[in-house]
Design a protein around this ligand. Structure first.
Ligand code: PRX
Length: 673
């Protein structure tokens, strides 16, 4: 390998006392650095000039990106209106249509025959859509939704698998100015209903189901269950036929996609929407029991997603094949599947299923088949592949890969190096392994915020490193003072950015309280971070009651509420315990009610299933431990830190502030039984 591994220092104090010990240990010893190859740097689409431009005049930099990357039906007057913080307005007075930018204009520019989406179904079926074809599908869907009475500003709930109809639905909504609210297919009927109610959705778009590990997996029954109780706002349910399984049908309400969209007229004129027109709501877990409806608007969101997609992945749309493995139910699937790749006129791969179906080489087979050149995935997937062994990817030709992305959770240096050597260097056969871009961002930030630029930055295994051009990220101490290099603290954003959330749906106060009250005039991200001696940023995980399981955000409080809603449970405490593959795993400690019978494993299964029903399979605790008591301070606060020690098999830390110091002993004894 021709890369130079230069020395750098990465020393810092721990930012938080929340059990990131192991990750931090690794970081403290990490000193490798990989500069871009001369060839990569020479051909890079973005160079260091963007940092300089943005530093000179941040809003002007973004205004320039907005005009370069998007076609506005009406130009904007002002880049940023920050007269009423924290409510930002970007590109005021401008009008833009997201679907026109993602589709029609490419066709008008002679790119109609370029493939927009190569879809690969789990059972092995595949279809490709050119930009011309995808444009036509979206126009039909827009006409169909309008015919069902959906108009500008109405909310549409989307409960779909990873199939092209998901992208088509999102863009059709955007086209007519309807606000989509995607609910991940792994959420339960109850979770779907509460999101439908919160957003007052008029239409639901779903499918009969999908495939999971070779078997049909249903979706429609959850929609039926969600809508079974009266009092909702849904008028119609459009159903895509995907797996052909029999479904329950509500006459008058349910409509097949084939009968409504496929038969709709293929002509539809896109009109510009105000730059600040709501584009979508996406619910995410916070520190309280109730998920927050994160609101994103149009012009700023499209600008920053398109810019970062181009700059961070070094996108050459004429030749690259981009594959983001995220589900459209998460923000990554919104920004880097449904919007940015299409706005940038790229060709992308979309895969429906699991990485091990029908065999553990499925992803690499897909990379080889479509000659994927940019792969964007999560550390949890990389660690799973590591476990399966490098012999599996070695069977495939991965030489097309030239940029690798990571997102969703901190990537440990071992996984980073494996990703580079096994995937990015095609098992060591390539002289210049693909650069890895570790991208930090959130549902709330809408687009990437911290990431190396692959043609500019010398990358470090495990660090997201540098704020992107035009992004003012900092690490501050308890008082909001910027920490010096070599120190840890809290991650904040000091200046508004184009794709920032505009609020929490229906709850402006909660928006202020959650993000803007911890530090004066700064956005508080909820993450701990440190700056190394070079000033590069290392993310250290959440500092609040939010867990990160396989890159998915879950709230401890939400799972605790689900557990105590079970008739047998008196009290529950949930912690995210370090897990080799999923980053964190949900571990629940429960106290059963006096009259409840503990049936051992059967009780544990019942409680896990109960959480699955209340929130969704993704939230099921990995372990449920029935304990006689929970450790509490004298003021009644549960000391999750001590439970985390137990869950991670560590010696229990300082327990002197417990109201009853013998409790940890009692817990340990009950678990030994
Ligand atoms: O803790 C950070 C972690 O994921 C959180 C955001 O989760 P979500 O809104 O679901 O969005 C995930 C996909 C953008 C953050 O607060 N996170 C995300 N990316 C990284 C990360 N932690 C470390 N490194 C990252 N690259």
């Amino acid at each position: 390998m021709s890369q130079d591994a230069k020395e750098s220092t990465a020393t810092a104090a721990p930012a938080t006392d929340d059990g990131n010990g192991d990750a931090l240990e690794n970081l403290l010893h990490e000193n490798r650095k990989f500069a871009p190859s001369a060839e990569f740097a020479a051909n890079a689409i973005v160079d260091a000039g963007d940092y300089a431009d943005a530093a000179q005049d941040r809003p002007a930099f973004w205004a320039n990106q907005a005009r370069t990357l998007l076609s506005w039906s009406k130009d904007f007057d002002q880049a940023l209106d920050w007269s009423n913080p924290p409510f930002a307005k970007w590109f005021t007075g401008g009008e833009v249509n997201a679907a026109y930018n993602a589709l029609d204009r490419h066709v008008e520019n002679g790119l109609g025959d370029r493939v927009a989406i190569h879809f690969e179904g789990e059972p092995g079926d595949s279809r490709s859509y050119t930009y011309a074809e995808l444009t036509e599908e979206v126009k039909k869907a827009a006409n169909a939704f309008e015919a069902l009475g959906v108009t500008k500003g109405d909310r549409v709930a989307v409960y779909l698998p990873m199939i092209p109809e998901a992208v088509i639905t999102l863009l059709a909504c955007a086209r007519i100015g309807a606000v989509h609210s995607v609910v991940f297919g792994g959420f339960s009927a109850d979770a779907l209903r509460s999101r439908i109610d919160d957003a007052e959705a008029k239409l639901v778009v779903t499918a009969d189901g999908t495939y999971r590990r070779g078997k049909p997996s249903p979706l429609k029954p959850a929609v039926d269950e969600a809508l079974a109780k009266e009092g909702h706002t849904v008028e119609n349910v459009v159903v895509v036929k995907r797996n052909g399984e029999p479904v329950n049908w509500v006459e008058g309400r349910d409509k097949w996609w084939a009968d409504t969209v496929d038969t709709a007229p293929a002509e539809h004129t896109a009109v510009g929407h105000d730059s600040e027109h709501p584009l979508f709501i996406l619910y995410t877990s916070g520190t309280t029991g109730k998920p927050k409806g994160i609101l994103h608007t149009t012009g700023g969101y499209l600008t920053q997603t398109a810019y970062t997609h181009k700059a961070v992945f070094d996108l050459h749309p004429e030749t690259d094949v981009f594959w983001c493995t995220a589900d459209v139910g998460w923000i990554t699937g919104h920004s880097y599947v449904a919007y940015a790749p299409l706005v940038n006129g790229a060709t992308q791969v979309m895969y429906e299923g699991t990485p091990d179906s029908p065999h553990q080489g499925r992803w690499w087979e897909i990379v080889e088949k479509y000659k994927v050149s940019i792969l964007y995935t999560a550390p949890t997937a990389i660690r799973t592949f590591m476990k399966w062994g490098k012999d599996i990817p070695a069977k495939y030709d991965l030489s097309s890969i030239r940029v690798l992305g990571s997102v969703g959770e901190p990537i440990n240096p071992e996984a980073w190096m494996w990703y580079r050597d096994v995937i990015g260097a095609n098992g060591g056969t390539k002289d210049n392994p693909a650069p890895i871009v570790d991208t930090w961002w959130q549902t709330e930030t809408g687009a990437q915020m911290i990431a190396p630029l692959p043609g500019v930055t010398a990358t470090k295994p495990g660090s997201a490193q540098v704020p992107l051009p035009g992004i003012a990220v900092d690490v501050v101490d308890e008082l909001g003072e910027s920490v010096p290099d070599g120190h840890g603290g809290y991650l904040v954003v000091r200046e508004p950015w184009p794709s920032m959330l505009r609020g929490i749906w229906g709850d402006p106060e909660r928006f202020k309280d959650t993000y803007w009250s911890r530090f004066e005039a700064m956005y508080f991200a909820g993450d701990g971070a440190k700056k190394d001696e070079d000033g590069d940023i290392w993310l250290l995980g959440r500092v609040d009651d939010v867990m990160n399981v396989s890159g998915h955000r879950l709230s401890t409080t939400e799972i605790e509420s689900a557990l105590v809603s079970h008739p047998s449970v008196a009290e529950a405490a949930v912690v995210g315990a370090a897990d080799e593959t999923t980053g964190q795993a949900v571990v629940a400690f429960v106290i059963l009610r006096g009259d409840a019978v503990n049936n051992g494993e059967a009780t544990v299964q019942e409680l896990r299933n109960h959480v699955g029903k209340e929130i969704g399979p993704i939230a099921k605790p990995k372990h449920v431990l029935v304990v006689p008591e929970l450790p509490k301070t004298r003021s009644g606060k549960i000391m999750r830190r001590l439970l985390k020690d137990v869950a991670e098999g560590r010696e229990v830390g300082d327990a002197t502030t417990l109201s009853d110091p013998t409790i940890m002993q009692q817990i340990a004894e009950s678990l030994r039984k």
